[in-house]
Design a protein around this ligand. Structure first.
Ligand SMILES: [Zn+2]
Length: 132
C-alpha cells in the first residue's frame, strides 16, 4: 500500500477525507482556490489559508491506465484521472468503477471515499449519476 505524504500543508485535506469531505485550500486573503495545497498563496503571497468543501463533482481532463509495473496492494490495471473539479481546481485520483477501455475525457465523475484504515482515507472517483 502506497501512502500519501501528509504534512502540515496537506493535513486539512486528509482530515477532510476522514469525514467524507473533499477539501480545497482557499486563500483567506484573496479567496483564490488552489490544489495541491501549499503554505503561501501563489496569487497574492498571503500565508493565511483556509479551505472550502468541494461539491465533489468534476470532469476528466486526462487520464492514464496503469498496467505495469505492479503496485503493492493493487490489482491492475488502475485508471488514474486528472479531474477538473467544478470549483476550478484540478486533482489527480484513482477511478474505481470505470473499465480501462471505458474511461474518456470529459466524463463526469463524483468523489467517493476509500477508508483504508484509522489513519488514512483516500478519495476515489466514480461515474457521476445524472442530475435529476
Ligand atoms: Zn491569495
Amino acid at each position: 500500500m502506497i501512502r500519501p505524504m501528509i504534512n502540515r500543508d496537506s493535513q486539512f485535506f486528509w482530515d477532510g477525507t476522514a469525514v467524507d469531505e473533499l477539501r480545497i485550500q482557499r486563500c483567506n486573503a484573496c479567496a483564490e482556490l488552489r490544489f495541491p495545497p501549499g503554505p503561501a498563496c501563489p496569487d497574492c503571497g498571503a500565508l493565511d489559508r483556509g479551505f472550502v468543501v468541494s461539491g465533489g463533482v468534476g470532469t476528466v481532463f486526462s487520464y492514464i491506465v496503469h498496467r505495469h509495473p505492479p503496485v503493492p496492494g493493487k490489482e491492475l490495471p488502475i485508471v488514474i484521472a486528472l479531474v477538473d473539479l467544478d470549483e476550478g481546481v484540478r486533482m489527480v485520483g484513482e477511478v474505481v468503477d470505470v473499465a480501462d477501455d471505458q474511461i474518456e475525457i470529459g466524463m463526469r465523475l463524483r468523489v467517493d471515499y476509500h477508508h483504508v484504515d484509522d489513519d488514512l482515507t483516500l478519495p476515489v472517483w466514480r461515474v457521476a449519476e445524472e442530475d435529476q
